[in-house]
Design a protein around this ligand. Structure first.
Ligand code: UDP
Length: 235
C-alpha cells in the first residue's frame, strides 16, 4: 500500500443517490461500506469526513429567513446524521468505528481529541469526524484538510462522482481533458475549484496531497491507496 493512513472525504449530496423521499440511499451506503472494507482489510488506517449537503447547507439558511450562523450549525448537525448512518452501516459490515464530533454531543459521539483520534486509528478503528470543525463559515472540505493534518494522514482522498480534475466541467463540455497529476500552484492558477480556498490552502501549506477520484467506481478506493493512477493527484 502506498498510503498507510488516509482521510476519505465523502460528500453528503452523493449519499442521497436516487432517493426522493429520504435523504440517505442505503444502496450508496452499502457501496461505500464495500469499498471501505476492502481498504481496511489491507491494513490501511481510515479516517472519514462526510458532508451534510443532502440534508442542509448553511448557504441555504438566508433564503429561509434563518440566520447564517444558525444555518451553519444546522449544516454541522446534518453531517452528524450522515456520520451516524455511515457508522451504523460500517459496523453492520463488521468494522470497528468511532464517531468524533467537533460539537459536544456526548450521547451520540466522542468529542474530537486529537491524540485519542490517532490512537483509534492505530488500533484499526475507522474514525468518522462529524459536525465539521465545530465552527460556522467552514465546510466539510476544510474539516477534511484540517483533520487530515492533525491526525497526520498521508493523503486526502476526495470521493466525487467524476473520476478526477478536468480542464473544464466534464459534465458540460465533452472536450474537457482530465489531469493525472497537478501541482498545487497549477491548480490554484487555473482556478480549478478542487476544494474551497480554505481547504485547498491548508493542504498546500502543509504539503498534504489530495486525490480526486470517482467514489462510485467499484474498486477505485483500493486502487488509489495502492498508488495506482485512478484519479487526479494534486501535490
Ligand atoms: N459546516 C460548518 N462548519 C464546518 C463544517 C460544515 O459550518 O466546519 C456547515 C456548512 O453550513 C455546510 C454544511 O455544514 O454548508 C454542510 O457541509 P458541506 O456543505 O461541506 O457538505 P457537502 O457539500 O460535502 O455535502
Amino acid at each position: 500500500m502506498k498510503y498507510k493512513r488516509i482521510l476519505l472525504k465523502l460528500s453528503g449530496e452523493a449519499l442521497q443517490g436516487r432517493q426522493k423521499n429520504t435523504n440517505i440511499d442505503t444502496n450508496i451506503l452499502e457501496q461505500y461500506c464495500d469499498e471501505i472494507k476492502a481498504l481496511r482489510e489491507q491494513g490501511v488506517e481510515i479516517a472519514i469526513v462526510i458532508g451534510g449537503g443532502n440534508i442542509f447547507r448553511g448557504g441555504q439558511a438566508e433564503a429561509l429567513g434563518i440566520d447564517r450562523v444558525q444555518g451553519d450549525y444546522m449544516g454541522m448537525l446534518a453531517t452528524v446524521i450522515n456520520a451516524m448512518a455511515l457508522q451504523s452501516a460500517l459496523e453492520r459490515h463488521g468494522m470497528y468505528t468511532r464517531l468524533m464530533a467537533g460539537i459536544k454531543m456526548e450521547q451520540v459521539c466522542e468529542p474530537f481529541i486529537r491524540r485519542r483520534a490517532i490512537r483509534h486509528l492505530e488500533k484499526g478503528r475507522i474514525v468518522i469526524f462529524g459536525a465539521g470543525i465545530g465552527n460556522p463559515y467552514f465546510t466539510t472540505d476544510s474539516t477534511a484538510s484540517l483533520r487530515a493534518i492533525e491526525v497526520q494522514a498521508d493523503v486526502v482522498l476526495k470521493g466525487t462522482r467524476v473520476d478526477g480534475v478536468y480542464t473544464k466541467d466534464p459534465e458540460k463540455y465533452p472536450d474537457a481533458v482530465k489531469y493525472n497529476t497537478l501541482s498545487f500552484q497549477e491548480a490554484y492558477e487555473k482556478n480549478l475549484n478542487i476544494m474551497d480556498m480554505t481547504a485547498f490552502t491548508l493542504c498546500m501549506e502543509n504539503k498534504l496531497p489530495i486525490i480526486v477520484f470517482d467514489m462510485n467506481q467499484k474498486g477505485n478506493l483500493l486502487k488509489i491507496a495502492k498508488g495506482e493512477n485512478a484519479g487526479t493527484l494534486i501535490s
